[in-house]
Design a protein around this ligand. Structure first.
Ligand SMILES: Cc1cc2nc3c(=O)[nH]c(=O)nc-3n(C[C@H](O)[C@H](O)[C@H](O)COP(=O)(O)OP(=O)(O)OC[C@H]3O[C@@H](n4cnc5c(N)ncnc54)[C@H](O)[C@@H]3O)c2cc1C
Length: 417
């Protein structure tokens, strides 16, 4: 299945397949793997290139909502996608670990699956291996030029064997928020990255934190900065730092732990944050980045289409990136199948189906920042009041039964087809 060496060179010299239409999928994340499955299901031949030398593992906490679960079911992922929610409580804590009842993703009434990015990638990867075990996958390979020529797209690829050219009927950029496909095929006038004002750092713990054994969640919320511990039923928690940054570019150039120390100072960090930062310094797979969305006026140009974070990254604050990546891939496969040879019609129909829901997910990130990283003392006070109301046992019970009918929940639950 994996091709890296001379085989790649041989493949790259081939001219387009005649019998089955070929699609280049750039990126082997959730959206890219899901696209490969969806294209295969639609009768296409997907070819995947991934910049990294191997598949990633682990990652950080993510919630998969109904939108993503129904797409995954449609793609044949079935019970490979598993809920790893911890049954215990999540608390609002202070820097010393003093607790009061809090809320977490587990309290969302539509029962999202609580898992890790790597688990979802594993689930779609195993499905791809099952349904299309011969899919060509080239690691350490990236596109460096994309040219459209009537009915085909010529892509220059750089891999371990050097540079080669290949022709495809369709190119799918599923290469994440800083997409190369977007840079190569979408003029800047169509849009791009939009900053949300915060920095984020997420990683998996190797050891429990003081006062927070595995399975117990917690959140320290202070004006302009927060620290969240996401618990699981079968492994150590993952954590997320989120804070407002005056100069995100300068912060991103620095070391994550040092920037967090500055952002959470000058007060003493206390035992929980100290222990978490100690583990960040030895973590090999921490994500440290500027929080951004992608806003584009269209997600396709001719026969080049973007899916997932590359197209619309709603950001972690919406909690919908993985779900919408799965849905985007699933719907793309369906529309290509329905429209047959008319690829332009398929892409237009696909975008028309996806756009209204994606717009809602992107909008919801504004509320998400307020929940995760309230900007001021006043915002904290409002949050505290809402929290004490929502953690009241009677209100909690009512919310768990009727909350699923709220439009904001329906948007996340209702499948996109
Ligand atoms: C802290 C955090 C919490 C989150 N929480 C949630 C949540 O609760 N719910 C939710 O649904 N989503 C959540 N998300 C968002 C979710 O993780 C992403 O939306 C999703 O993983 C995006 O998947 P993707 O496949 O589109 O992109 P990516 O995961 O970025 O994958 C892109 C792939 O393309 C590869 N690539 C990049 N450039 C190239 C290139 N030039 N050539 C070849 N390959 C390339 C990369 O190596 C990678 O494998 C969260 C994100 C973060 C950071």
């Amino acid at each position: 299945m994996r091709k890296n060496g001379p085989e790649l060179e041989a493949d790259m010299s081939k001219t387009p397949a005649v019998a089955r239409r070929t699609a280049l999928v750039v990126g082997l994340g959730i959206s890219g793997i899901a696209c490969a499955i969806a294209l295969h299901r639609a009768g296409w031949l997907p070819v995947v290139v991934e910049r990294a030398p191997a598949r990633r593992r682990g990652g950080y906490f993510i919630a998969v909502m109904g939108v993503g679960r129904s797409a995954a079911a449609d793609l044949g992922v079935g019970d490979r996608l598993v809920d790893h929610r911890a049954e215990s409580m999540t608390y609002v804590i202070d820097r010393q670990g003093n607790r009061s009842p809090g809320l977490s993703f587990a309290d969302i009434p539509i029962n999202p699956y609580l898992t890790m990015r790597g688990d979802v990638e594993d689930a779609v990867w195993k499905t791809l291996q099952e349904v299309a075990p011969d899919t060509e996958i080239h690691f350490s390979t990236t596109p460096t030029a994309i040219e459209q020529n009537g009915d085909c797209v010529e892509v220059t690829l750089e891999g371990p064997q050097g540079v080669s050219r290949r022709w495809f009927d369709l190119v799918i950029g599923a290469d994440g928020i800083r997409s190369t496909v977007r840079r190569l095929a979408f003029p800047p006038a169509l849009g791009g990255l939009q900053r949300l004002g915060t920095m984020i750092c997420a990683y998996a713990l190797q050891e429990d934190l003081p006062t927070l054994p595995s399975g117990v969640g917690g959140q320290i919320i202070e004006p302009g900065r927060s620290f969240t511990v996401f618990p699981f039923d079968d492994r150590r928690s993952t954590v997320l730092f989120s804070w407002y940054a005056a100069d995100p570019d300068a912060e991103r150039k620095g070391k994550a732990a040092e920037q967090i120390r500055k952002a959470f100072g000058p007060e003493p960090l206390g035992p929980i944050l100290e222990a978490a930062l100690g583990q960040l310094e030895t973590s090999e797979a921490a994500l440290f980045d500027i929080a951004e969305q992608v806003r584009l006026s269209t997600w396709y140009q001719g026969r080049v289409v973007l899916v997932g974070d590359s197209a619309w990254c709603p950001s972690l604050y919406s909690g919908m990136g993985a779900s919408s990546g799965l849905a985007g891939a699933n719907v793309l496969g369906k529309r290509l199948e329905e429209h047959g040879d008319d690829i332009a019609a398929a892409l237009a129909d696909w975008e028309a189906t996806m756009r209204p829901r994606i717009a809602e997910f992107q909008k919801s990130a504004g509320t998400g920042i307020g929940v995760f990283t309230p900007a001021s003392d006043k915002a904290i006070r409002i949050r505290k009041r809402a929290m004490s109301l929502l953690t009241n046992p009677i209100v909690r019970w009512v919310f768990s039964h009727v909350g699923k009918f709220l439009p904001v929940m329906q948007q996340r639950e209702r499948p996109i087809f």
